[in-house]
Design a protein around this ligand. Structure first.
Ligand code: PLP
Length: 344
């Protein structure tokens, strides 16, 4: 039997032989004594890439987001996020449990305007309201279908936040994809924000790890919370070396993932059983909806699995497919055929 074509996520990639060799050769030390050279190198390199003064490697994107909330808010505060943001949907309630904040969703399809953000800020001056202290943007937006947030709007939102004394945070787990798709540098995309998180375990193909970047005082505070949450690691250089390898060898090729996602989306759009807004297919994620009369998401996912194509059911009639380093054009073509046949 052939290996399945795994489109569940870009997290399913396994390190390439070259990445494994880079990991094996990495100089390492105890990072809690500040003695892991590979982690230092990665942090300095990515801080510069993001145009920030300092950076901290953390084990996961979820932990990066949790730490950012703890650094930038106080319990009882309110945080404005996009509709269906990772922070509210995929972190198992962590914002409430770990930072004690409540989340307010605004906009649609992963994006929102400065006006929608400002309308969501609670009035100040009366003690009945929770203080709105942070705005968070997810770029690219996972549940929104991998859409890129328009940078002009990002700049307006962050300027409005700053003018009112609110902090701003970029969940850029897939910022690399946003950069490739928009033709802007990661530093440009991160510039308006106080803090930014990026992931190495998605499109870059590393086995794990994310990074938080910001000013030196914010990163010093983040370091304490990372330890408090149990994220402080020791010979972490093996992970750092994988991240450095992914940055060097797997960043530009994200354009290939985007092209394959586009092809799959266009093939699916021809089916009457599929509702998909092709305008949302800007990067490596294809989120599509099943029309009335078509099988539901769980049924389609189970049937596709039997035919060697793995997908994620995102909601009762919503399915996600993600392209990545470990799927090629021939496999995507086959997956499209399988799905078209199941939906015919
Ligand atoms: C994957 C993802 C995360 C979390 O990353 P993990 O490493 O899986 O915890 C955070 N934000 C977004 C937008 C993501 O897609």
């Amino acid at each position: 039997m052939q290996a399945p074509i795994d489109l569940r996520s870009d997290t399913v990639t396994r390190p390439t032989d070259a990445m494994r060799a880079a990991m094996a050769a990495a100089p390492v030390g105890d990072d809690q004594y500040g003695e892991d050279p590979s982690t230092h190198l990665l942090q300095e390199h990515v801080a510069a890439l993001l145009g920030k003064a300092a950076a901290l490697w953390v084990p996961s994107g979820t932990m990066a987001n949790q730490i950012a909330l703890r650094v930038l808010t106080r319990p009882g505060d309110e945080v404005v996020i996009s509709r269906e943001a990772h922070a509210g949907w995929h972190e198992t309630g962590g914002a409430a449990a770990n930072a004690g904040v409540q989340l307010v969703e605004v906009g649609r399809q992963g994006v929102f305007t400065a006006e929608e953000f400002e309308a969501a800020i609670k009035p100040v001056g009366l003690p009945v309201f929770p203080p709105t202290t942070l705005v968070q943007i997810e770029n690219t937006h996972n549940r929104g279908g991998g859409v890129v947030f328009a940078q002009a709007e990002v700049e307006r939102i962050c300027a409005a936040a700053r003018a009112r004394g609110l902090a701003s945070f970029l969940d850029g787990a897939r910022l690399w994809n946003a950069a490739v798709a928009s033709g802007r540098t990661e530093a440009e995309l991160a510039a308006p924000f106080d803090m930014v998180a990026v992931a190495f375990s998605k499109g870059l193909g590393a086995p794990g790890g994310s990074l938080l970047a910001g000013s030196a005082p914010l990163i010093a505070a983040a370091r304490r919370h990372c330890r408090m949450l149990g994220g402080a690691m020791r010979q972490n250089g093996f992970f750092a070396a994988a991240a450095l390898h992914g940055l060097e060898h797997h960043r530009e090729r994200l354009a290939d993932d985007h092209a394959l996602a586009r092809g799959l989306a266009e093939a699916l759009a021809e089916s009457a059983a599929v509702h998909i807004d092709l305008a949302t297919v800007q990067t490596n994620i294809v989120v599509f909806h099943l029309a009335p009369g078509a099988p539901d998401a769980a049924t389609l996912v189970a049937q596709a699995r039997e035919r060697g194509v793995l997908l994620n059911a995102f909601a009762a009639r919503t399915v996600r497919a993600v392209t990545h380093l470990d799927v090629n054009a021939a496999q995507l073509g086959h997956a499209a055929q399988v799905l078209r046949a199941l939906l015919a």
